[in-house]
Design a protein around this ligand. Structure first.
Ligand code: DGT
Ligand code: CA
Ligand code: CA
Ligand code: ZN
Length: 569
């Protein structure tokens, strides 16, 4: 481990303590220690290996030295992990915005509910930040600028953030009369969990006029390039968009080329070459004669392949499958009938049972499992046995008022360090739906962590394993577990793996979905909604499921209300 990394972790502890408004001296101690580590010419790892006493370095005391040893051994430390659980997940990233200190970040969180960079961007754009005490228009502009800086250095955005941008941009493009047709390609079309940039294909008879129109879009902050065939811009927030112009006869080939992935393209092109043909973004050619290109289907067909759903185009066997026979019929969003994880004000959600039920129904769902936290998750105000049962009564009472809709009385029960569940078996057996998840004590040996999760799977009272790998995209690595053993246990005990639909989770990740399916495991989709706006994330879970080759029959939420009641007894 490099000194810079150790220093970053120490700084992170400082950040989190600051967000918690802890003792300023302690905070400063971590900052000084981080600075000291950065200033060391020798690697601390080497010093430690030589048996040198780290607490003799400037600004590093006994306690910090111990934490550094822990970091060197495990890559993190307990104190940091606990803090990470205690502070709302999106807050630390706010601190990366240059204009924003912890006090202001907390103020934004408390007064505007800002809990992510994107929420902050939206608040700034809506002019809500300038209304806060001590902020003003200038600060707001500075913050926006700062967000851009952060985004630019980072490189990739979460799918949902790209989707929000594309929704607005798409509506604008729809309104341009100079554009006949546009389509989004690239990683976005493939439904990846993060997106580097947006690739948009345009058909326009007058390209110059179309380009002029595009460049008038209000959220463009920078024109990166403009040519005959292409316009590249950067949007507010830092996301890059590449627009490329194509004529009708090439449009399908272009869509195929720019949807990628690169690995998929290369392999398909090789198939063309084997026949002495040429495949590029303008079409499939024999000499100068275009064999196909107007639609994607026509290109694949000419190569004796079925059309490949974009989510599968990763060179993971889809090309072979498309040559052999019908492609799998992947799950689609309109097949999803309900949501199997969400939170209410009983723990850390923002809405009541009834409000969540109403919102789920408005969204088009037929059922909703209310799964608040159990008591171990103290920061979220988790429920103990009595409270969980009382809550279940309240859910059932609300359910009785709803026609043709089922509110499942559920829980997201914490899987304790020992592998035991946080609530009594008797309590859990009373509930309609039990999701079990790991939240704390993440640093364990692979074997112990696997044992812990398998114990929960075998408990006999769990229906589903929540966010199975516990990863947070770009921020927290997946748990170190033996997935094969977990899948085997799940398959053996009829416990489903959740695909958690939160934009920064998407956990179980796509590649594991595929393996688990082949191992005979079933799945659920859980939006993990903490407010009524959360149900729309189901779309991201469906993307992930599709990328994992899942069919309708693999996912429990595609069952009708009646079928689900029967299955759950
Ligand atoms: P991203 O933007 O990093 O999330 O990922 P993509 O897949 O959108 O990649 P991007 O934007 O660089 O390019 C869009 C598509 O264009 C890519 O998926 C495949 C195609 N493409 C780009 N460069 C090449 C290349 O050098 N060879 C081939 N065969 N295809 C390419
Ligand atoms: Ca892209
Ligand atoms: Ca691109
Ligand atoms: Zn959870």
């Amino acid at each position: 481990m490099e000194n810079a990394r150790i220093a970053d972790l120490l700084d992170e502890i400082g950040d989190l303590l600051e967000l918690k408004d802890e003792n300023p001296f302690r905070i400063r101690a971590y900052r000084s220690a981080a600075q000291s580590v950065r200033n060391q010419a020798d690697r601390l790892e080497d010093l430690a290996a030589q048996g040198q006493d780290l607490s003799r370095l400037p600004d590093i005391g006994e306690a910090t030295s111990k934490k550094i040893h822990e970091m060197l051994e495990t890559g993190t430390c307990q104190r940091l992990e606990t803090l990470r659980e205690e502070v709302p997940a999106g807050l630390p990233e706010l601190l990366r915005v240059p204009a924003l200190g912890p006090r202001k970040a907390m103020q934004l969180y408390r007064e505007l509910g800002v809990d992510s960079l994107d929420a902050l961007r939206r608040a700034c754009e809506a002019g809500r930040v300038r209304e806060l005490d001590g902020m003003g228009e200038k600060t707001e502009a500075k913050i926006l600028q700062g967000i851009r800086t952060v985004r630019r250095t980072e490189g990739r955005v979460l799918y949902q953030d790209a989707a929000d941008q594309l929704d607005a941009l798409g509506a604008y493009l729809d309104g341009l009369r100079s554009i006949d047709r546009w389509d989004v390609a690239g990683s976005y079309r493939r439904g990846r969990e993060t997106v580097g940039d947006l690739d948009i294909l345009i058909h326009a008879s007058d390209r110059r006029r179309a380009a002029d129109g595009i460049l008038e879009y209000e959220s463009i902050t920078e024109t990166i390039g403009r040519g005959e065939e292409r316009v590249s811009v950067r949007l507010n927030g830092g996301l890059q968009v590449d627009f490329r112009f194509f004529d009708e006869p090439a449009f399908g080939a272009a869509l195929m080329y720019f949807t990628g992935s690169k690995a998929h393209n290369i392999k398909v092109r090789r198939l063309a070459q084997e026949r002495g043909w040429k495949l590029n973004e303008y079409g499939l050619f024999k000499e100068d004669h275009r064999l196909a290109g107007k639609t994607e289907k026509s290109v694949y067909k000419r190569l004796d392949m079925r059309w490949v759903p974009p989510e599968l185009r990763e060179d993971r066997g889809e090309i072979e499958a498309a040559r052999e026979g019908p492609m799998p019929r992947l799950i689609e969003q309109d097949q999803v009938r309900g949501d199997l994880q969400c939170h209410t004000t009983a723990s850390d959600g923002k809405q009541t049972i009834r409000e969540m039920a109403q919102a789920a129904r408005d969204f088009g769902f037929d059922y909703l499992a209310i799964t608040d936290h159990s008591k171990r998750v103290t920061m979220a105000g988790g429920l103990d046995d009595d409270a969980a049962l009382r809550h279940a009564d309240a859910i059932r009472k609300a359910d009785a008022e709803l026609k043709r809709f089922w509110l499942l009385a559920g829980i997201e029960v914490d899987i304790l360090k020992s592998g035991e569940l946080d609530l009594k078996e008797k309590t859990l057996a009373e509930l309609d739906w039990v999701v079990a998840s790991v939240h704390y004590d993440r640093e364990m040996s692979r074997r112990k962590m696997t044992d812990r999760i398998v114990a929960a799977v075998k408990s006999g009272v769990v229906h589903c394993l929540g966010h199975p790998l516990g990863r947070i995209i770009g921020r927290r690595d997946p748990l170190d577990v033996d997935m094969d053993r977990i899948m085997e246990a799940c398959a053996g005990h009829g416990v489903r793996l959740e695909i958690n639909c939160q934009p920064d989770r998407l956990d179980l990740p796509d590649t594991f979905c595929r393996d688990a399916r082949l191992a005979g495991v079933g799945f659920t989709l859980g939006t993990d909604a903490h407010s009524r706006d959360g149900f729309r994330f189901i779309r991201l879970g469906v993307n992930t499921a599709r990328r994992g080759w899942l069919r309708k029959g693999d996912v429990l939420n595609t069952k009708t209300l009646t079928e689900l009641r029967k299955i759950l007894g």
